[in-house]
Design a protein around this ligand. Structure first.
Ligand code: ZN
Length: 326
């Protein structure tokens, strides 16, 4: 059962919100059920002692410091390796929290240290399975798992967009293209603060004007936010200084960004990107080999949403780009 009740109309197959925004999944999206394993500490416990042992784990492991293990069953039945008695094997925590069993006994099993034995690292799936069938298969091969429904459906149910507001911002964005002069690249980007919906900056693609091949509209917007922030800081603003100038901001852009711009957005730690038109073969989001906004080897991820509303085809109002113009 889903944890969240969504105020949106969600199409779980199409991954759309309110028939307007389509979720762009990353290359490492867990719903694709790519099996990734991780080590967890486990120990053996006599069934009659399990209550104390489990309460020690609950009290002494800080879940916010641990890997997310909610998709694992905490306990499985097994046979003791020497006595062959029925016994329980219990997952304690991720392997990164402790380097050896003596540390675990000292820090976790304060009341139940005498009741635990045979510590070992076991391999378990790191992410929840996307289907019941995969859940059964992984449970059989690795460790019993809990089935909570498709993780991406749960994610979609947790999403909160301001559909009307974001729609209005994209209409504004399309209007910005009216400022493009002939011979220039028809790409525009606009940046807002999601807390206030204030437009912080906008830019067209300027690479023809400046003869700088890096002057894509997204790069220019990031520079603009940086220079505004620098001025504010120089003026001694009391606003809390942020390490990342575009932290959690919303970017609206007419075309799926190129790889360079996607990387710049990751480095700037933006929150969400909305775009109208795919840049087939040149973009950094839709290609499943790239999916830079959700890439597992990068240290920041942002949401990417494509406008797909059937009754208002905003993407038709922005031109296709030429060879080098993504
Ligand atoms: Zn670009």
């Amino acid at each position: 059962m889903a944890k969240y009740k969504s105020p949106h109309k969600i199409d779980e197959d199409e991954c759309t919100i309110d028939g307007t925004f389509k979720q762009i999944k990353g290359s490492n999206n867990t719903s694709d059920s790519v099996l990734e394993l991780t080590d967890v500490w486990s120990c053996l416990v006599n069934p009659r002692d399990s209550k104390t042992v489990l309460s020690d784990i609950k009290e002494n492991i800080n879940v916010s410091e641990d890997v997310d293990l909610h998709h694992l069953k905490r306990v499985q039945k097994t046979t003791h390796p020497t006595t062959h008695d029925q016994i329980l094997q219990v997952v304690i925590c991720g392997s990164q929290l402790f380097s050896d069993p003596s540390e675990i006994v000292a820090r976790v099993f304060k009341k139940s240290g005498d009741n635990v034995s045979c510590f070992q690292l076991v391999k378990v799936p790191l992410h929840p399975p996307s289907t019941r069938e995969i859940m059964l298969e992984w449970s059989e091969r690795y460790w019993p798992l809990v089935w909570k429904g498709n993780p991406n459906n749960q994610y979609l149910a947790s999403v909160r967009l301001h559909t009307a507001r974001e729609t209005e911002n994209l209409r504004k964005l399309v209007k910005l293209l009216e400022n493009v002069t002939p011979g220039h690249v028809s790409v525009a980007t606009m940046v807002t603060d999601p807390k206030t919906n204030k437009v912080l900056t906008w830019s067209l693609d300027e690479r023809c004007r400046s003869v700088n091949p890096l002057d894509h509209s997204i790069m220019r917007c990031i520079q603009n936010v940086a220079s505004v922030e620098k001025t504010t800081r120089n003026e001694g603003s009391e606003e809390r200084e942020k390490n990342y100038l575009c932290l959690d901001l919303q970017f609206y852009t007419t075309h799926e960004p190129c790889v360079m711009c996607c990387m710049a957005l990751v480095h700037s730690r933006i929150g969400q990107l909305f775009f109208l038109k795919p840049s087939l073969g040149r973009g950094g989001l839709l290609d499943p080999e790239l999916g830079i906004h959700q890439h597992k080897y990068l240290n920041w991820r942002f949401e990417a949403w494509q406008w797909v509303k059937e009754s208002e085809k905003l993407a038709d109002q922005v031109p296709e780009l030429g060879e080098i113009e993504a």
